[in-house]
Design a protein around this ligand. Structure first.
Ligand SMILES: NC(=O)c1ccc[n+]([C@@H]2O[C@H](COP(=O)([O-])OP(=O)(O)OC[C@H]3O[C@@H](n4cnc5c(N)ncnc54)[C@H](O)[C@@H]3O)[C@@H](O)[C@H]2O)c1
Ligand SMILES: [Zn+2]
Ligand SMILES: [Zn+2]
Length: 434
């Protein structure tokens, strides 16, 4: 007998599988546990049996239909999981039935110019694409209802199903001895946050860090910064309950914006219209006079002018602006007093949150002239197929506290409860057993 009742794999090879899936039928509507049909994998595709899956905020945003243009129904959401290969399609040579695997929403074909470049982890063909809802091979779905209605795919993965079909570029074979439950976390949240600290920002020992949003992604950034020897890690979250978990993961300070005055962006946006460089002084004035009690000022006090690295992990533009302004800059009060136009600073802000469209960066281009930088990170800049197996081994050696991220466990049938736990800010990751 194998794992989760999965035994003789070849029994289903080459046949359509009937199994249970949690199907999204409309924005915000409870997922419906349905019997569905899962087709055989085609050329360079893999069919896997999902053993454990969890819910990332990106699933929640998709379920709520946050981006109208991306809505298609019926659809199977889910992208954080671990599974076992049931069968492979023609041409797949790096995996075979029975292999333990992690699905990746940001695939790596290995052949395109992007995959061959060290400058990006976005594959030309299988990069994360929220608009993609069918397989690349034939533009069709591998899922259907018992009546034959197609069910759409999500983020190259669709893991809220007992069986799913993926392009082999979106499946990573992992060490068979790796603890399966924990490996689910490497599918998205933990790899994203840790990779953002290690690969994107390359956090240095002794540096100062602010993390905005202490969900699984933010706490993985904390874990990565702690492992790198950051001297101060300031966690910022609207939910006070995140303080205890944050401290267990390595935050040295916790700030709740609700405890401070009005947000800095409100002052800035109401005071200025972004039109000329002269406005920068006005902006600095507003910064220095309008929000003395704001958490931003607190961060600057705590870090002698701002942090070296900030990470936005909430998917909120106001938070992004605060994250940007929390990096190091000459004191705004001094600047305003001395009527200086040009500031000098440093620091890197990493955007991790997924922002609804249509939205633009909440920055004036001139604000970048003072030395602070901003960059985004998808999947922590990991190239999934080539780098994840090594990361798995690092985790197996105890380098990363993975179990801390699993706050709840429930049977797959209770997936709607698991969504509610995330909505209520009660869970980090709720592991669903299939
Ligand atoms: N870039 C990527 O590759 C990638 C990968 C995974 C997730 N994401 C995105 O990262 C974000 C975080 O995902 P998660 O699964 O950790 O979410 P989560 O829901 O578990 O955590 C989000 C946290 O942000 C806090 N928060 C919300 N609004 C806030 C505010 N105004 N100020 C301070 N804190 C606030 C919440 O209280 C919560 O603790 C989401 O936007 C998700 O879509 C991006
Ligand atoms: Zn995710
Ligand atoms: Zn590629």
């Amino acid at each position: 007998m194998g794992i989760n009742g999965f035994s003789t794999l070849s029994e289903t090879t080459g046949k359509v599988i009937t199994c249970k899936a949690a199907v999204a039928r409309g924005p915000g509507q409870p997922l419906v546990m349905e019997e569905i049909r899962v087709d055989t994998p085609q050329k360079m595709e893999v069919r896997i049996k999902i053993l454990f899956t969890s819910i990332c905020h990106t699933d929640l945003s998709a379920w709520q239909g946050e981006n109208e243009a991306q809505q298609v129904y019926p659809r199977i959401l889910g992208h954080e999981a671990v599974g076992v290969v049931e069968s492979v399609g023609e041409g797949v040579v790096d995996m075979k039935e029975g292999d333990h695997v992690v699905p990746i929403f940001n695939g790596e074909c290995g052949d395109c110019a992007y995959c061959k470049s060290q400058k990006t982890n976005l594959c030309d063909k299988f990069r994360v694409n929220p608009f993609k809802s069918v397989m690349l091979n034939d533009g069709k779905c591998r899922f259907s209802t018992k009546e034959g209605e197609p069910i759409f795919h999500f983020l190259n993965t669709s893991t809220f199903s007992e069986y799913t079909v993926l392009d082999s570029a979106c499946v990573v074979k992992i060490d068979s001895k790796a603890p399966l439950k924990n490996m689910t976390l490497l599918s998205c949240g933990v790899s994203t946050g840790l990779g953002a600290a290690w690969n994107t920002a390359n956090v240095q020992a002794g540096s100062t860090v602010a993390v905005f949003g202490l969900g699984a992604v933010g706490l993985a950034v904390v874990e990565g910064a702690r492992a790198r020897g950051a001297s101060k890690i300031i966690g910022v979250d609207l939910n006070d309950n995140k303080q205890v978990k944050g401290q267990a993961m390595g935050i040295t300070h916790f700030l709740n914006p609700k405890d401070f005055g009005i947000p800095v962006h409100e002052v800035c946006l109401s005071t200025i219209t972004y039109q000329s460089t002269c406005i920068l002084s006005l902006f600095l004035w507003s910064l220095s006079h309008g929000n003395q009690d704001h958490e931003l000022r607190k961060i600057k006090e705590m870090t002698q002018g701002g942090v070296d690295y900030s990470f936005e992990c909430a998917g909120n533009l106001d938070v992004l602006r605060d994250a940007f302004l929390s990096t190091h800059d000459e004191d705004a009060c001094t600047m305003a007093r001395e009527s200086k136009m040009i500031t000098s600073g440093w620091g890197l802000t990493v955007v991790l949150g997924v922002h609804p469209t249509p939205r633009m960066l909440p920055l004036h281009p001139m604000e970048l002239f003072d030395g602070r930088r901003i960059v985004a990170s998808v999947f922590g800049d990991f190239k999934g197929k080539t780098q994840l197996p090594h990361f798995v081994r690092e985790c197996m050696q105890g380098g990363v506290k993975l179990e801390e991220f699993i706050s709840h466990e429930l049977p797959f049938s209770k997936i709607n409860e698991a969504f509610q736990l995330l909505i209520d800010g009660k869970s980090l990751r709720c592991l669903l057993h299939l």
